[in-house]
Design a protein. Structure first.
Lengths: 524, 1090
């Protein structure tokens, strides 16, 4: 009996140990989250970096509803809106979101990728060079947009908490906006040089192609992206810095520094239809939700419609739908809010075109368009920064823009695409009194207006930056006397989190933290 | 073992209660070492055959067992001592270690099984309301399937788990949090693990409240421990059989105080501008086809109820039928149904020299008040003890729970907290039930949507399509849950030497749950793809083992020593996988993955953690009146970073039984003073500290990224250090007793998601940084004011006061936002130096004289948007309960009241519904009868106060004006008339932000004091006389009418039931509304034992 009891005891104890037995090392094995990866690669981070900015490149509801419509869309009058109290104070939610998006998104992802890249062996670094260069170009593009909104920002020290492992050490100083521009422009020049002669081993070129969903691995497109981006920055600072030589360097050496020359070469993020929206976004629905579901963000703006109507713009019919009376009329910003509401309710206001915009699952994310580059050339030639025919560049830009929007119209499946305007029709448009290069003395007004039409609501940060820099188009705003901010601001405010959590560094820029402080390039 | 056959003789006698002298029926009388036994009759009499040398054992629940050797006498009268007075009363403490109550140096609340089954609660949690001091219960509406939150002694963590550890027969079981707030997540009200534990199987329940009491559980005990012991077989004659049945009806209760005088419509300007209504708010339609609109209808699109007064005229309904224009006072309740709850339980038990066993089966059928739901649960419980040898016992306990749930309650936030779901005062609930689907079974269609049945499309642009959608989701869609849970434990107890025992235990808690979601096609395939099907499977498993050595030794006559030492390990795994259709069903209502239009969706995940610990206790006693104990636990956990995953949790406690040590007046029967100190932990959530890369794919392209949350490989558990002291006394032959405790704790190393500037490359970091403290008093008082031959009255009451304070957060941060309500209109925050859960909002602006300032144009109060000010706090100040049991002859009445005092709640439903003019209180100013001013509107659109039938220019005179008390910007008294509709619509609405055109909205009114005294449970019954019971071959039969959640004796918040919140998290508990309707249960119960 006793023996059996002991056998039972031993068996029970043995079973218990097998059942629950654990080793100290197992604690360690179970610590990491199995849903996450303990390793990451440079190539995967390139995709991660691109993806981290999808929500500011592609249109979707939050970007329009919260961020751009109440601010840039309004200040540039590319979207219609109701006049209301405090309308020229950008909502904190908009400014904070855009800031956080940049720092949590491209900034953090780029820093981690850069850290991974720097830790590669020398030969690996050389193989992976193209990934790093592409990431930098894209990161600089995103950075430029943030500088244009805020001015000085934490940059060279920013995004390094994972690298440093210590919060206090990671609190970043603010870099001077102009210095950031200068640094990026210089680096883009060397990237441009490097890309002009880069030799990517076939294996890595193939890998690059599989990871780069922006340019599908086309290194020449990245080269054009880099040079065009550099040109954009140079043009933006051209009123405050002597950059004529740099501009000439690009425009006079298309072999070394090719830029985006045609609509085929435009840097666009493919929306890929309803499916891609669903897989790349936290909220699907794309431009459909942006313009319809979440309120009336398809209201036609007054001045833009008027410019198109007055000059018989071929883009009018694919950009706007007519009102109930078959006319094209935008929401007049000089009317009182209640009158505006009444007009809208009565169906008297046009809407953005259903086929090209509101129901178009293929509406792309604009990064750099051919027309934008042509208009930069026009300005550069006109101002004598480089040698070339400003008129030709201007007219090329207009034609490219018209064709670009007709391309967008043709991607929609809401209704049959409209036929492209013929060369004669485009020529007729170019002869309109408000468009004709020769008939107008104020060439910068022409260029400014066409840039405004071209970037429009697809690329509101650029639309607003160029509007501030050039002062064109000439827009009217109803002063808001209920608020200290009676007119649209010149920049955005830093988020509260910077005052509270990065106070020592913030205090260095606090003096400039005003809605009416101009960004350094804003000489207008 | 068995004695030889000595001469048998007949022993007779009477068993009485020593305290009262009353005869005790149903006392088990048996001969030790045999299965021979009997029970006393109604007069306490028994007779049994026994031999001289046999030992008679007398046992009865609630009394100390007595053993008497027969000897020569044939009459043995016994007076049993109620166990409350029995100094040897034993309670189950941590790790199943049994200790004498008197030796405990810390507070422990014990609750008897009878308290838990009185009114047919489906789970022990909701049966605990008001029954233990310092224990706050909150149950989400939804009855048998909804989570129950238990909060012990206030708040111990700012961000993380607040739920106690649940131990059943020594085994930690799966409980977990169940939180679903917000609009985008899960919309069904989930349960947590504790609701599976059947109250019918619980013998007793102890709540370990303080750190010292629970220090042996280490890192999960910061929120206290609930220790449940299930019923075992008892020694008795024959097989004991218990049969219990409870049936209850559930009705929706505590519905909002709606007004029934006005129907849908906005303010005058909106009605006219946007809807083409006349000045009274009527829109006319051309029904006879003559081209002239002649038939009135109200504005169905309006969520607000400022439309025409109900006058009974014939109007067109949104269902395109004619209806008299009258209010529907019951439309809210009619959205719901009468539910039911039936619990049938049968249990058999037996004990003897072989050991003991008990088998119990419980069947619970439940239909809540929300339409479309159905639930049943089968609960099998077996508890056996086998005596393998004199020094070896083996226990096997198995609890198998099989459940089926169809359409768990769906959150009604889309009806209560969303203008798109507002039921107008004119709407009949039946219209919605008739119209949520078409005659062909598709989802309702609005006017211009393509449809198989265009003439059934909703003709008018009506408001509450979200209510139609709610019915579609709860009635047309089917969500079926099948769950099987097996909790088992095997325990071996080996007495190695006298005084030295070893116990080993293996246990598991395994749940397998599948959920199938069937969403029918909403439109014919010819119109578009719709519908869906998904299946998911979850497996939770806890594997547990422990071994414990106990040594019990009298060192001297006065000094005793008990030492326990052991090892404990627990592994928890969770596995989940799901698959579903994508893009709709390719064949209508074919619910299978193969019906997927696009590539099927699939997902799978798993988590796992492991904890083990070495632990020990050492207790010394001196003369059985002074006790001292030390406990220690060294715990290692995989949820902590490998570099620092082992922590030590100590505690000490002492008790002094002064009633034994000192010579006290006779009136004092028992007196104990105790003091304790201990440390327990609260570990970070699984994987929160770990840093790694995210990996995913965008259209098939694999990518890496890092999240904006940055973990911390140096994180430590939160540590609660608690001191407590208490006094327990009993008087007058135990007719009166009390217990009082004071405690004081500090929870250091609070784990917070430290907000960091995004510019560092993260938005938050997991950090040990905050500190929190609580201090509190709690007490309970019980007594028997009257006791006589036929009449007895017991009272019990308890209270708990807790003062919580956030000592510190992180440096530079003066506020931690727990809930940002309606885009910053109000917030629930914690600030250093204040209690957790401050509720802040914007308040109207006042000038230096304290006058409110109105806007010079609109006449409404200007809101001061420069600063949010405190408008309440979410922590209750005082909670407790009160109970009474009275019996007269065979009748009895038992009730429980619970109360909560102090503390505020946020009722967003009230904010929106008040602004929409739904509530009775919004009748104020609407007409002359309700204090409205009369005015006409002049040509400039200005409202001019005026008495008369028509204005000077023949203008219509309105009677819904008001002038808000206050001043204009120049300091003169406000004289601007606003209409009632303008006032309510602008003052109580979603959001508060001038930049969004919401400049007058204030949320202070949505924050309400939440004092209540609720009549929680009632049981009125009849114990059948023994003689009658025996005719049914029963020992006793008890019939009762039972009710729960009955009514409020007092409450300050009357719009909804203050308990209609969702989730176990304290922040969610502070936000009311949106879960589902509260309900009240009434029914009957029968309890019989054979």
């Amino acid at each position: 009996m006793k023996k059996r009891i002991y056998i039972f005891l031993v068996l029970f104890a043995g079973a218990a140990m097998v059942f629950t037995g654990c080793k100290k090392s197992e604690l360690e094995t179970l610590y990491p989250n199995p849903a996450n990866s303990s390793t990451a690669t440079v190539e995967n981070f390139l995709t991660g970096l691109l993806k981290s900015a999808n929500e500011v490149v592609l249109p979707w509801y939050w970007r329009f509803f919260v961020v751009e419509q109440p601010t840039q869309g309004h200040y540039t009058q590319v979207m219609g809106w109701y006049n209301s109290k405090a309308q020229y104070i950008p909502p904190a939610q908009a400014m904070d979101w855009r800031w956080d998006q940049y720092y949590n998104g491209p900034m953090t992802q780029f820093r981690v990728m850069e850290d991974l890249y720097n830790n590669l062996s020398e030969s690996d670094q050389s193989d992976y060079r193209i990934f790093y260069l592409a990431a930098k170009i894209f990161f600089y593009d995103q950075t430029e947009q943030i500088v244009d909104l805020f001015g000085d920002i934490p940059w060279s020290d920013a995004g390094r908490v994972r690298e440093l492992g210590d919060l206090n050490a990671a609190l970043p100083k603010y870099d001077d906006a102009k210095t950031i521009y200068t640094t990026m422009m210089a680096d883009l020049k060397s990237i441009g040089d490097e890309l002009a002669s880069i030799d990517v081993p076939a294996f890595y070129a193939g890998l690059f192609q599989s990871k780069d969903y922006l340019n599908d691995g086309d290194i020449s497109l990245w080269q054009k992206y880099a040079n065009s981006l550099r040109l954009r920055m140079l043009m933006r600072v051209s009123g405050t810095m002597d950059v004529a030589a740099d501009i000439a360097e690009i425009l006079n050496n298309p072999g070394q520094y090719p830029v985006v020359e045609s609509n085929d070469e435009a840097i666009l993020l493919d929306a890929g239809g309803p499916d891609l929206y669903a897989t790349t976004k936290s909220q699907n629905g794309g431009i459909k939700q942006a313009m319809e579901t979440w309120g009336e963000y398809d209201i036609a703006p007054y001045a833009l419609v008027k410019h198109m109507v007055d000059n018989s713009d071929p883009r009018l019919v694919i950009t706007f739908d007519p009102n109930v009376n078959g006319e094209y009329i935008g929401m007049n910003p000089m009317n009182d809010g209640t009158v505006q509401a009444q007009n809208l309710n009565d169906g008297l206001i046009s809407r953005y075109d259903t086929a090209s915009f509101t129901q178009n699952d293929y509406f792309p994310g604009f990064v750099i368009t051919a027309a934008e580059v042509s208009f930069m050339k026009a300005e550069a030639f006109f101002k004598g920064y480089a040698s070339g025919d400003a008129k030709v560049a201007y007219e090329t830009g207009v034609e490219q823009s018209i064709n670009f929007y007709y391309d967008i119209n043709s991607t929609g499946d809401y209704r049959e695409p409209l036929p492209r305007p013929t060369a004669d029709e485009i020529a007729a448009y170019l002869a309109q009194p408000g468009v004709s290069w020769d008939a107008n003395d104020n060439k910068m007004k022409l260029i400014g207006e066409q840039k405004w039409i071209n970037t429009g609501l697809g690329q509101m940060p650029q639309t607003w930056a160029e509007y501030r820099r050039l002062g064109y188009p000439e827009l009217e705003f109803l002063p808001d006397n209920s608020s200290e901010q009676t007119m649209p601001p010149s920049r955005w405010l830093y988020p509260q989190s910077e005052h509270e959590l990065n106070g020592a560094n913030y205090s260095q820029v606090a003096g400039k933290d005003d809605l009416n402080t101009k960004i350094f390039w804003d000489v207008n | 073992m068995f004695s030889s056959a000595f001469a048998q003789m007949r022993i007779r006698g009477k068993v009485t209660d020593k305290a009262t002298g009353n005869p005790l029926p149903a006392v088990n009388v048996y001969i030790q070492g045999t299965t021979t036994g009997t029970a006393t009759d109604a007069n306490g009499m028994y007779s049994i055959s026994a031999s001289r040398n046999s030992v008679l054992v007398f046992s009865s629940v609630g009394y100390a067992q007595q053993e008497i050797t027969v000897g020569n006498t044939t009459t043995i009268n016994v007076a049993l001592v109620p166990s409350a007075t029995e100094l040897g009363e034993v309670v189950v403490t941590a790790l199943g270690i049994k200790r004498e109550q008197k030796a405990l140096g810390y507070a422990i609340s014990t609750i008897d099984s009878k308290e838990l089954v009185k009114v047919g609660s489906t789970n022990f949690g909701s049966a605990l309301y008001g029954k233990a001091s310092g224990v706050r219960i909150s149950t989400a509406p939804g009855g048998a399937t909804s989570a129950v939150a238990i909060n012990i002694r206030g708040m111990n963590s700012i961000n993380f788990s607040s739920q106690p550890l649940i131990i059943v027969d020594g085994i930690p079981i799966r409980n977990g949090e169940a939180n679903n707030s917000g609009y985008w997540g899960d919309q069904r009200i989930r349960g947590n693990g504790l609701i599976d534990i059947n109250p019918e199987d619980i013998q007793d329940l102890s709540i370990l409240k303080g750190a010292s009491a629970s220090a042996l559980y280490g890192s999960e005990a910061a929120n206290g421990v609930v220790v449940i012991t299930t019923k075992k077989g008892t020694r008795r004659q024959g097989l004991g059989v218990d049969v219990n049945y409870t049936y209850q009806w559930e009705r929706p209760a505590f519905s909002p105080p709606f007004q029934n005088l006005y129907g849908p419509g906005y303010d005058l300007a909106t009605n006219q501008t946007y809807f083409g209504a006349d000045e009274d708010g009527w829109v006319y339609e051309d029904m006879d086809g003559d081209g002239t609109p002649e038939t009135p209808r109200p504005i169905y699109r309006s969520y607000a109820q400022f439309g025409p007064a109900f006058d009974g005229r014939q109007v067109i309904g949104w269902d395109n039928k004619m209806h008299p224009y009258v209010a529907q006072p019951d439309n809210w309740n009619n959205l719901f149904r009468t539910g039911m709850n039936s619990i049938a339980n049968v249990a058999v038990n037996k004990a003897g020299d072989f050991g003991s066993f008990r088998f119990s089966f419980t069947r619970n059928d439940y239909k809540g008040v929300q339409r479309g739901g159905d639930h049943n649960k089968n609960n099998f419980n077996v508890n056996t003890t086998l005596k393998l040898a004199k020094n070896l016992e083996f226990d096997l306990g198995v609890n198998y729970i099989n459940q089926y749930t169809l359409n768990r309650p769906y959150k009604i936030s889309r009806i209560t907290n969303n203008y798109g779901g507002f039921l107008s005062r004119f709407d009949d609930a039946q219209w919605y039930l008739d119209n949520y689907q078409t005659s062909k079974g598709y989802r309702f269609r609005t006017a211009n949507q393509p449809s198989a049945t265009p003439d059934e499309n909703l003709q008018y642009n009506m408001r509450a399509t979200d209510l139609l959608d709610f019915f579609w989701r709860t009635l047309a869609q089917k969500n079926e849950e099948h769950s099987d849970r097996l909790i088992s434990n095997m325990t071996m107890r080996w007495t190695i030497l006298p005084g030295l025992t070893m116990r080993g235990r293996i246990a598991n808690d395994f749940t397998d749950m599948t959920i199938e979601q069937r969403s029918p096609n909403t439109v014919p395939l010819a119109i578009g793809n719709s519908g869906g099907f998904s299946m998911s499977q979850s497996k939770y498993a806890i594997t547990y083992g422990d071994v414990l050595f106990s040594y019990n030794k009298k060192l001297t006559d006065d000094i005793g020593l008990i030492v326990n030492a052991g090892y404990q390990a627990r592994r928890e795994t969770y596995k989940y996988n799901s698959a579903g259709t994508n893009g709709g069903l390719s064949t209508e209502n074919w619910f299978h993955l193969n019906a997927s239009v696009k590539t099927k969706n699939g997902n799978a995940s798993y988590t796992e953690f492991l904890k083990y610990a070495f632990l020990g206790t050492a207790s010394l006693s001196y003369k059985d009146y002074f006790f001292f104990e030390f406990t220690g636990r060294r715990e290692s956990s995989s949820t902590l970073p490998p570099a620092s995953n082992t922590f030590f949790y100590p505690s000490v406690n002492a008790s002094f039984l002064f009633s034994d040590a000192l010579n006290l007046p006779e009136a004092i029967n028992y007196g104990k003073l105790r003091v304790a100190w201990g440390i327990v932990g609260n570990a970070p959530p699984l994987y929160a500290a770990n840093n790694a890369f995210s990996q995913g794919a965008v259209n098939g392209i694999v990518y890496n990224s890092v999240s904006s949350s940055y973990g911390n490989d140096g994180i430590r558990p939160e540590k609660k250090k608690e001191f407590e002291t208490g006094l327990e006394m009993k008087f007058f032959g135990n007719r009166l007793g009390f217990e009082a405790n004071y405690y004081n704790n500090r929870i250091v190393d609070q784990i917070l998601w430290l907000s960091v500037p995004k510019t560092v490359g993260a938005s938050r970091m997991l950090t040990n940084i905050g500190e929190l403290k609580n201090l509190g008093f709690e007490g309970s008082l019980y007594g028997t004011p009257f006791e006589g031959k036929d009449f007895r009255w017991d009272l019990r009451g308890n209270f708990a006061i807790n003062r919580n304070q956030v000592v510190s957060l992180m440096e530079g941060v003066d506020q931690l936002v727990h809930s940002n309500i309606d885009a910053g209109a109000a917030m629930i925050v914690s600030e250093p130096g204040k209690p957790m859960g401050e509720i802040i909002a914007y308040l109207p602006m006042k000038n230096d004289n304290g006058d409110y300032i109105v806007d010079d144009n609109d006449g409404l109060y200007q809101i001061d948007f420069s600063e949010m000010k405190k408008v309440g706090n979410a922590m209750p100040k005082l909670v407790g309960g009160f109970g009474s049991y009275a019996e007269y002859k065979h009748f009895f009445v038992d009730f429980t009241i619970d109360y909560s005092w102090g503390g505020d709640i946020v009722s967003l439903s009230s904010q929106y519904m008040k602004g929409a003019g739904m509530f009775e209180e919004t009748l104020q100013y609407r007409d002359a009868e309700h204090g409205g001013l009369s005015y006409y509107i002049d040509a400039d659109g200005k409202k001019v106060q005026f008495d008369g039938d028509a204005g000077p220019g023949g203008e219509k005179v309105f009677h819904d004006g008001l002038i808000l008390p206050g001043v204009k910007s120049d300091g003169s008294a406000n004289d601007i008339i606003v209409s009632a509709a303008d006032y309510y619509l602008n003052t109580f609405t979603w959001g508060a932000n001038p930049a969004w055109g919401i400049p007058y909205s204030r949320y202070d009114d949505a924050v309400r004091k939440n004092h209540y005294v609720k009549f929680r449970e009632l049981s009125v019954g009849y114990n059948l006389p023994k003689s009658l019971a025996q005719k049914f071959k029963c020992n006793n039969i008890r019939l009762a009418l039972v009710g729960s959640n009955l009514f409020y004796l007092y409450r300050t918040f009357k719009d909804f039931d203050a308990e209609t919140n969702i989730g176990t998290n304290w922040v969610n508990a502070a936000i009311v509304g949106g879960s589902t309707s509260a309900s009240r249960s009434l029914g009957f119960s029968i309890r019989a034992s054979f």
